[in-house]
Design a protein around this ligand. Structure first.
Ligand code: ACM
Length: 503
């Protein structure tokens, strides 16, 4: 009953575990107490239980978290874990705090959603689990509509339950610039003052952003900041006339067209701008990646685009980060070694999308898969929905978001080239936290499972290799946890939702 489906789960011949009021969390190994504190806080908020964390061997009925080199499943030190539930206790073993933290997320799903009253029991089970891909991502567009630090933290809390470990923040676009840059303060003072449909706008101070990144890191989520360029830059162009060819700033933009703005190429002021914003954002970012967009540059001359991307990607590398970008960036043959491409064309690649994607591999990089017709969370679930858009061959049902495989999209792109998967949420129509959650859940559960769970065997068609009915049943179970946590989700017709349990 777990999403993502664990690599190995077997029931065990034992009476169930009962969480007694005096149960403790026993920790051993470096970092185990930090994971235990998060579990303690979750059991307090999810289930009104107050457990104590002890640095002692477990007694009967305790939950043990053990971090040691030999605790991870073989070959899966980075994020693998084991989880055993039996009458005598619960035991999570891992080689890292990340592995132990994912074990805790599995345990949270095994705990009944209605866990506030006794007895709280968990059926005996043994799980040995590890991810298929190192990168499981969700993207939040905070440029079209701005979302507060607290809203982003709530989003992080919700995605970690699915073992999503990267949060890509789309920080800049035509409609708004959302990260304060000390050396170019008008980017946020002016360029951050509006959003889509005339919404209020807003931005993160550098302290707020640092705090967000730290909050994510405590939960084993790496923030991937995106400064989209050279297109999608009207907010920057509106803030600084000197970034424009004619020295005149355009007005701020609150509509939803794309492809009309561009930074200049081979221009000294623009080069200084790019260097400054990349330097400041790189300094705020402990994670390895800095995303520079590169998508939908319809207003950039093709030769200028190549020059711009080569210069900007080199700037990112110079500031110590691995450049990432949408697959159009693969038009460039001058990318730093290891540059990551993000594929956002369809399940059947059109035009030059496949070749641009393979270009990252040819240049020593890897690829994140976000096929828009299945992995884009902003696409409507059904015709006529209040929220969302339908350009990417929409609607996109839960089944469609589940029945695909990252290694069978771009011919020639094999498992070893794929860093992972990501489900992006663009927010042209998305205004509130409740809107975010309605678009994201349950479809993110599908993409998270594709990123974590073992690959379907090569001989099967993806549609039959993925057992949608089994997945849908697990979604219905998970939804009880979403309800208990107050997380909104779309009650898609493909899932037999359980009767609402009153609390
Ligand atoms: C994109 O959807 N423009 C990457």
């Amino acid at each position: 009953m777990v999403i993502p489906r664990p690599a190995m789960l077997e029931s065990v011949d034992s009476a169930p575990f009962t969480l007694a009021p005096d149960a403790r969390i026993s920790v051993a190994g470096a970092g185990a107490s930090s994971v235990a504190e998060l579990l303690r806080a979750e059991l307090a908020s999810d289930c009104s239980r107050s457990l104590t964390v002890v640095h002692e061997p477990p007694a009967f009925g305790d939950i043990a978290i053990v971090i040691a080199d030999d605790e991870a499943p073989d070959g899966h030190d980075a994020e693998g874990y084991t989880l055993e539930v039996a009458a005598e206790g619960v035991r999570i073993g891992a080689a890292t705090t990340a592995g132990a933290f994912w074990g805790v997320q599995t345990l949270r799903q095994l705990v009944p959603a209605e866990c506030g009253s006794d007895p709280l029991t968990i059926g005996a089970v043994r799980i040995v689990d590890h991810p298929r891909y190192a990168y499981r991502g969700a993207m939040l567009d905070v440029a079209r509509h701005f979302f507060s630090p607290d809203a982003v933290k709530r989003f992080i809390d919700a995605i970690v339950l699915l073992k999503v470990n990267h949060l890509h923040l789309h920080l800049t676009d035509d409609q708004g610039w959302r990260i304060h840059i000390d050396s170019w303060p008008n980017l946020t003072a002016h360029g951050g003052s509006t959003g889509s449909d005339g919404s209020d706008g807003g931005f993160y101070t550098q302290d707020e952003f640092r705090d967000l990144v730290a909050y994510a890191a405590e939960r084993h989520v790496t923030v991937v900041p995106e400064l989209d360029m050279p297109g999608h830059t009207n907010a920057a162009l509106a803030s600084y006339p000197e970034l424009n060819a004619d020295g005149v700033s355009p007005a701020l933009y609150t509509g939803s067209k794309v492809g009309f703005s561009t930074l200049l190429s081979g221009d000294a002021t623009t080069a200084r701008f790019v260097d400054d914003v990349v330097r400041e954002v790189a300094a705020l970012t402990p994670g390895p990646y800095l995303h520079i967009g590169g998508d939908e540059c319809q207003s950039t001359d093709p030769a200028d685009f190549l020059r711009f991307i080569a210069d900007a990607a080199a700037t990112v590398a110079r500031h110590g980060k691995i450049p990432a970008g949408w697959h159009e960036m693969g038009k460039s043959g001058d990318l730093p070694d290891g540059t990551v491409g993000q594929y956002w064309d369809f399940l059947t690649p059109r035009g030059s999308a496949a070749d641009e994607t393979l270009s990252f591999v040819r240049q020593g990089g890897s690829v994140i898969m976000s096929p828009a017709d299945v992995a884009y969370l902003d696409i409507v679930y059904e015709e006529g929905d209040r929220l969302g858009q339908d350009w990417a061959d929409g609607p996109t049902t839960l089944r469609q978001s589940y029945e695909w495989d990252p290694a069978r999209v771009v011919p020639g792109l094999t498992e070893a080239h794929i860093l992972g998967v990501e489900a992006p949420l663009w927010t042209e129509t998305v205004e509130t936290v409740s809107d975010i959650e309605e678009m994201v859940f349950p479809r993110l559960a599908a993409v998270a499972e594709i990123g974590w769970s073992p690959a379907p065997s090569d001989t099967d068609a993806v549609e039959t290799a993925r057992d949608f009915d089994d997945f849908a049943e697990r979604v219905a179970h998970l939804a009880e946890h979403w309800e208990a946590a107050g997380t909104n989700f779309r009650r898609v017709p493909e899932v037999r939702w359980r009767e609402r349990v009153s609390s």
